[in-house]
Design a protein around this ligand. Structure first.
Ligand code: F0G
Length: 491
């Protein structure tokens, strides 16, 4: 390929490549996930990470100033898939900070200075998702997309809604009915996204939207979930900012909650590339924390020993695990609704990241999540329940002496505290505001911009109609809601 940036299948026996301006969410030949790859030799060389420091001081509203202002694009030489700087869709995302959390450290019996919180709730839509959306929207603009869509536990839909509004694209979000926290739902509605509440959970929503994006091209949907490899390019920047805040000295540990496993996959890719470019000497260890009610990664990685294995991931083990979930009619269930996912689409990439970063996986209970969420807030910051899984996971790893109290640890706080006020109110008062909402009287919304969510049954035809499409497009195509509906490999 002459373009120094291209897309490539992660399956080592396939490695098919695709041009950067193709729209793909899976490899055409084998169905595996795709990576964005760079031929670094053909690109301007970054000799040292110090190079990025001067950008903090760039001023102005011109393109260079706007890109330097973004905590994602000030590292643009490390994600050079765009063709021209004018194409970048940025709203000032990623200006987040690494906080030294000494008060919390004291509670956790960690040395002052050794516990750091990367506060991604400070993003424009209140979660880390904006880091990825800016990159995926840049690609969407490059390829002329008009309609963008995602399945979401909430934050992806909020972020998509915001970027779609500003990029003047039609935003469509699929959310599992009754699953999303109120803060996140309110954002999707407010930004004007067509909000479809599908009868089912996140996994069902993701299957449907992938099905439509792949098999119903006439709908013209550009998929914004983290199977979109451009999302992960932007999410790499979280690692760069942590390095930057530490004078380019990697911490000993990075701890992150795991849901669909896009974030941890991006972190592994960031470090693999920094190592390849000779820009870091040390790679931190990674800990990915599941909620016990949505613990696929922990079950497979820690309990069953599943590994990346040079890309030859043991699909039989995964298949058996999913078959057992189906058999038991298992539904993921956790107070951390953001990570209530039992079929994480980025599983193979997460296994690769765990290998790159010598990682561990753990799960934490809802009580542990809620207690640690309250501690994070009480001692200075604030985050939504899923984010606190990272701090609860740290506690577990300290107790197990996997992490020592002398090591430097960064916990990623993935979403803002106000994303899920119900969880907070219920923790402090015992009142379940969500069930009170069910009883609230309903009136016809009268606002000029009112944007009501639409309830849709989990059927392809009903969803196409709700999206404004012609049901004839999918005639005879109805597929059962089983994992076999997806083309290619479903891990
Ligand atoms: N924390 C928060 C606050 C999230 O919203 C998510 C994912 C995660 C952690 C997990 O990140 O999927 O990269 O492993 N939320 C997605 C959504 C799934 O739809 O908003 P992951």
């Amino acid at each position: 390929m002459s373009d120094p940036a291209f897309q490539q299948c992660i399956n080592p026996v396939c490695r098919a490549t695709y041009a950067i301006d193709e729209v793909r969410v899976a490899c055409l030949s084998c169905g595996s996930l795709l990576d964005i790859q760079y031929d670094w030799g053909k690109l301007p060389r970054v000799k040292s990470l110090n190079f990025f420091e001067h950008r903090w001081s760039t001023k102005g509203t011109q393109v260079e100033g706007r890109l330097d202002f973004s905590g994602v694009w000030r590292f643009r030489e490390l994600m050079p898939f765009f063709r021209s700087e004018d194409q970048v869709v940025t709203i000032g995302e990623g200006r987040t900070v690494l906080q030294q959390a000494d008060l919390l450290a004291r509670q956790m019996h960690i040395k002052p200075g050794n516990l750091l919180l990367q506060y991604e709730g400070l993003n424009p839509s209140g979660s880390f998702k904006d880091n990825g959306m800016t990159a995926a929207f840049t690609h969407a603009k490059m390829v002329g997309a008009r309609k963008v869509a995602c399945a979401s536990t909430g934050n992806t839909s909020a972020s998509l809604g915001l970027f779609a509004a500003l990029a003047e694209m039609k935003g469509i979000v699929f959310i599992g009915s009754g699953k999303i926290s109120f803060g996140k739902l309110s954002q999707a509605l407010d930004y004007g996204a067509l909000t479809l509440q599908i009868q089912g959970d996140f996994d069902a929503c993701l299957r449907r939207i992938k099905q439509i994006a792949t098999n119903v091209p006439a709908m013209g949907i550009y998929l914004m979930n983290s199977v979109n490899p451009f999302r992960l390019e932007g999410q790499k920047s979280i690692m760069y900012r942590i390095l930057e805040a530490r004078g380019w000295d990697p911490p000993d540990w990075i701890i992150v909650p795991g849901g669909n496993l896009g974030n941890c996959s991006a972190f592994g890719k960031a470090y693999a590339e920094l190592r390849e470019l000779g820009l870091v000497k040390k790679i931190p260890r990674l800990a990915v924390i599941n909620a016990s009610g949505a613990n696929t990664l922990n079950a497979l990685y820690t309990k069953q020993g599943l590994r990346w294995n040079d890309g030859n991931v043991d699909r039989e083990t995964i298949g058996k695990h999913y078959a057992a979930l189906d058999e038991a009619n298992y539904k993921p269930h956790t107070v951390a609704s953001a990570i209530e996912i039992s079929r994480p689409v980025n599983l193979p990439k997460a296994l690769r990241a765990l290998e790159t970063m010598n990682g561990v996986v753990r799960e934490v209970s809802d009580d542990e999540i809620l207690e640690h969420r309250a501690m994070v807030a009480r001692w200075g910051f604030g985050c939504e329940p899923a984010s606190a899984a990272s701090v609860a996971g740290l506690r577990k790893l300290l107790d197990e002496q996997v992490i020592s109290r002398d090591e430097s640890v960064v916990c990623i706080l993935t979403g803002h505290e106000l994303k899920d006020p119900n969880a907070t109110v219920q923790y402090h008062t015992g009142i379940d505001m969500k069930s009170v909402q069910e009883l609230a009287p309903r009136i016809e919304p009268r606002g000029k911009l009112s944007n009501r969510p639409i309830q849709v049954e989990d059927s392809l035809e009903a969803i196409i109609v709700a999206m404004g499409g012609d049901p004839a497009l999918v005639e005879g195509m109805e597929m059962k809601q089983s994992k076999s509906v997806l083309p290619g490999i479903e891990y």
